[in-house]
Ligand binder design. Structure first.
Ligand code: PLP
Length: 399
């Protein structure tokens, strides 16, 4: 019998070697208590959180929590069914209306996660004779959507407008084309040149889907994302997003103005063949989305935090993923996995949690300490974070 697990042996060995040095497992940390969007207790110690996607700090918002509790009392703990059977409650309709209002779009469809939103929309609209042209650094859920739909995948070099154009021109005449882009790429925190890319895609007859998971609520005049900030949101056919980042709960969605959009509710397997989100979750999401429409002060403060952290880390001598801060994500590039893991642990001992990111999630085999800021981080906390980076960097010999 072939052991179907033998393919994991190299990873098991690499992990065991790393942990045999006495290192804390960076992928197994427990938050023993969470005190606020920016502070938790880990290993019995107060820890500043700099590795969550809680960009707008909505997880502890009093109105959001009250809405969740009310829905729990009034509608129970779960729907126990699919959206197309017994799983559409008033709250699911309400959160879809909140999304339509937030994006000023005609249609909104909510999924159980952002992963499922990409999986569902891409696999349903791009079938085996269609082409999906995507940035090579696309999120796993985008690749998995292409695989589920059996679409022809054509990848182009990260954020390279000319490469996108070349790939589009090579696709056979008359074939269905979907260009998939992200507003902010989550590993390095860099922004896509959507203005140029959307123009090139449209000139070559492609539909465009933009995943704005890491920009919602923060980037663009109304927080609609990078497509809004770059003035092309009206030309984008589908926007994918998630409730697990700025919205502060869990769930995923697609918004669109396509006149036939609603048919997707009957043909999209990751929407039909799974249970819908619990009433408390959709109630928290709807409340949070409506509040995100009026959070310009918080957005400005988040930008300040991002600029302050980026400048401070650079001054300490760290190599960063972008030369200027472009989003709420600041990636610190580590020379290798060993140093990345050592820095990660040294930071944790200082009282700071960041994400350790490694291949295959990262581009070009990089190991990253990914820092994601929250609008609730105070200026003092950012200074504390910088002091911890300085101490950990010196202790490990990283700087
Ligand atoms: C670009 C992008 N799309 C989609 C997702 C999936 O979101 P969710 O956590 O809601 O499944 C993520 C999550 O990390 C992401 O970074």
């Amino acid at each position: 019998m072939t052991d179907l697990f033998s393919k994991f042996d190299p990873l098991i060995e690499q992990r065991e070697t790393l942990l045999s040095t006495g290192l804390t497992d960076p992928f197994n940390l427990v938050m023993e208590r969470v005190e606020s969007p920016t502070v938790a207790i880990c290993n019995g110690r107060r820890t500043i959180l700099l590795g969550t996607y809680n960009y707008m700090g909505m997880t502890f918002d009093a109105d959001v929590i009250a809405a969740g509790k009310k829905a729990l009392d009034e509608f129970g703990s779960g729907t126990t069914g699919s959206r197309v059977l017994n799983g559409t409650y008033a709250g699911h309709r309400a959160v879809e209306q909140a999304l339509k209002d937030f994006y000023a779009m005609d249609h909104a469809m909510v999924f159980s996660t952002g992963y499922q939103a990409n999986l569902g929309i891409i696999s349903t609209i791009a079938g085996k004779d269609d082409y999906v042209v995507l940035d090579i650094d696309s999120h796993a859920s985008i690749y998995d959507g292409c695989a589920l739909g059996n679409a022809q995948i054509v990848a182009f070099r990260h954020n390279d407008i000319e490469a996108l154009e070349k790939r589009l021109k090579r696709i056979p005449e008359g074939a269905g084309k979907l260009v998939v882009l992200e507003g902010v790429y989550s590993m390095l925190g860099d922004v896509a040149p959507l203005k140029e890319m959307v123009a090139v895609s449209k000139a070559n007859g492609a539909m465009v889907l933009v995943d704005e998971a890491h920009s919602m609520g923060f980037i663009g005049e109304h927080g609609r994302g990078v497509a809004e900030a770059q003035g092309v949101i009206d030309q984008v056919d589908f926007i994918i997003g998630t409730f697990s980042k700025s919205v502060g709960t869990v769930g995923g969605f697609c918004v669109s103005n396509h006149p036939k959009f609603e048919i997707l509710r009957l043909v999209c397997r990751p929407y039909v063949f799974t249970a819908s989100l619990p009433p408390s979750v959709v109630a928290t999401a709807a409340t949070s989305i409506r509040k995100l429409m009026e959070t310009t002060d918080k957005r400005a403060h988040l930008w300040e935090n991002s600029k302050r952290l980026h400048a401070g880390l650079r001054q300490l001598g760290f190599t960063l993923g972008t030369s200027e801060p472009q989003s709420a994500i600041i990636a610190v590039i580590m020379p290798d996995l060993e140093m990345g893991a050592a820095m990660w642990e040294a930071l944790l001992k200082e009282g700071l949690y960041v994400n350790l990111a490694r291949p295959p999630a990262t581009p070009a085999g990089m190991t990253l300490l990914r820092c994601s800021l929250c609008a609730e981080h105070s200026g003092d906390q950012v200074d504390e974070i910088l002091a911890m980076f300085g101490a950990a960097g010196r202790a490990t010999g990283c700087i």
